[in-house]
Each structure stands twice: as structure tokens, then as C-alpha cells.
Design a protein around this ligand. Sequence first.
Ligand code: C2E
Ligand code: MG
Ligand code: MG
Ligand code: MG
Length: 289
Amino acid sequence: QAKSHGRSRLQFWEPGMQAPYSERMQIEADLRRALARNEFVLFYQPQVDTVSGEVRGFEALLRWWHPQRGLLTPADFIPVAEESGVIVPIGDWVLREASAQLAEWRKADLPAMRLSVNISARQLESPDFVDSVMRAVQVYALDGRQLELEITESLLMRDFEANAIKLGRLSAAGIRLAIDDFGTGYSSFKYLSRFPIHTLKIDQSFVQDLDREENLSIVNAMIAMGRGMNLTVIAEGVETESQLARLQQMQCHEIQGHYCSPPLSGHAATVMLGQHGPGFAHGVQRAAS
Ligand code: C2E
Ligand code: MG
Ligand code: MG
Ligand code: MG
């Protein structure tokens, strides 16, 4: 199936698999051109309070409107962007775009929301990282507390000392830190507690299979730990009412997943915020009562 008619080549690139040099150069050029032509777009997925059913925040998720191949998701291009380093300017664009969205909602007098942005390895390691986040916050005159950075535990642990300093500086400006895909990496609890963490996001692999006794105990322990550390605990990838019911029983603070809403366009998210109120997430309230 690996026919490589021009543009379809990205599909066959897998992390860890080295594309030939010329192809990597081509893909890198494609990504830079996409940035210049404004082909990237952010979608926003609501994070919903399991008790009140209210939207507490959104996660910004990157998409690429490819002129030939249509809407691409991160799996199609993030590995290449990461390998080539183009993820750094793309990540910078994501930060500015997310900040612009927060500023737009504020101007429209919509309820203040937390917005989280995914940070990749190369971005975090870039010497300009802290300044790049601070610039986005300053340019749009944001309250730093509205912006949350999602970083995986493995990435945090990779260069522990340097990351602790960087994230400490951002935390001093109010910016929040979420541990993404929690449970899938190798974090030492001892080190984890030295980061200014606000949010724990339980990986969807645990949530998907909550009917298994084993996963239920793990998730229960993760929620208890998060609550004990005064963190906001969010379960990712919640798709069914029974998953939600179990998470509510275990007192998980928030859920994110198709059960509440898929990732939305900026316009659709704005409309949702306009109608926002306790009545929004009917499914959550039904299960809560
Ligand atoms: P993630 O940060 O763990 O994001 C959650 C993923 O789960 C998203 O996939 C989202 O669309 C998907 N999802 C949401 N609800 C459900 C559900 O109910 N069931 C299932 N099965 N999946 C659900 P997406 O948008 O394809 O993003 C994949 C990954 O790409 C993200 O995982 C994140 O690691 C990365 N990513 C996304 N946006 C960015 C970005 O702006 N920069 C960087 N560096 N990485 C990004
Ligand atoms: Mg994430
Ligand atoms: Mg995740
Ligand atoms: Mg993930």
C-alpha cells in the first residue's frame, strides 16, 4: 500500500522511521509553506466539570488544511515537524493563535476560560521557549492563568533541571502546567512534585477500558493522588455515559471527550461559549443527578 504518488507520502512516514533526506527536505518545505500560507488551524475541545456540567476550559488541537489532502490531524504531520524542527515556529504560531482566541473571547465579553496548548519536545528544549510563551501572553494582554501548557511526563523528566527552571519562570507569570497522557510515561513522583503542576490529564487508554477492574483501580488511584496534590484532574477520551458515571463516582473533576463534544472550530466554540450556562452539557447533568 505504500505507493508514493507525490503528496500522499506523508501518510507513510512513521515516528522512528527515517524518510530519505530529499523527502524530509520536501516535507519540511511543505510545512514552512503551510505556515506562511496560513493553512494551520486550531480546533477547541471543551473540558467539562463532572459536577455542574459547565465548560471550564478548552484544549487547542492543531489541524492542517492541506490544499490537496484536506484536513490533516497531528498524527499526519507532527512527527515530521518534530524531526525537522519546524515544530518550533509552528508551536510558536499555536501559542499566538490560542492567545488571540482568548483575547477575542474577552473582547466579546464571553466567560473567561482556561485554554491549554500542547508543547512538543523540540519546542520545550528551544532556548527561546520561555520568551515565546511570555510574548504571546503580553501581546494579547492575557491573564497568564488562562493559559495552560500541556506537557507529557516523559518529556518533563527528560531534562529535569532545565525544565524545572523554565516552568518555574512561566509559573511565576501565572501560566499553568498540565501533565498530558498521565500514566503512560515514566515519571518519578519525587521529581513530579517539584514542578508547578496545576492539572493532571489521565490518558485515554485508561479511560477507554474502565470496565476492567485493573484500570478502574489505576484510575481511582490517579484521581486520589491528583486530588491529594490539589490538582485539577481531567479524564481524556471519555466517550460513554458509563465511563462518565464511574469518573463521577471517583470524583474526577473534569472530562474531555466525544461524549461531551468533539474538537470544535473556533467559530463553533465561540457559539458554545455564547450559549454557555449550567444547562450546556446535558449528558453530564443527567448522569450527575
Ligand atoms: P493529546 O494532547 O492527548 O490530545 C487528545 C487527543 O484525543 C486529540 O487528538 C483529540 O482529538 C482526541 N480525542 C478527544 N476526544 C476523544 C474521544 O472521546 N475518543 C478518542 N479516541 N479520542 C479523543 P488529536 O487532535 O488528533 O491530537 C493528537 C495529539 O497530537 C495530541 O494528543 C497531542 O499530543 C498532539 N497535538 C495536538 N495539537 C498539537 C499542537 O498544537 N502542538 C503539538 N506539539 N502537538 C499537538
Ligand atoms: Mg494534550
Ligand atoms: Mg493527552
Ligand atoms: Mg496523546
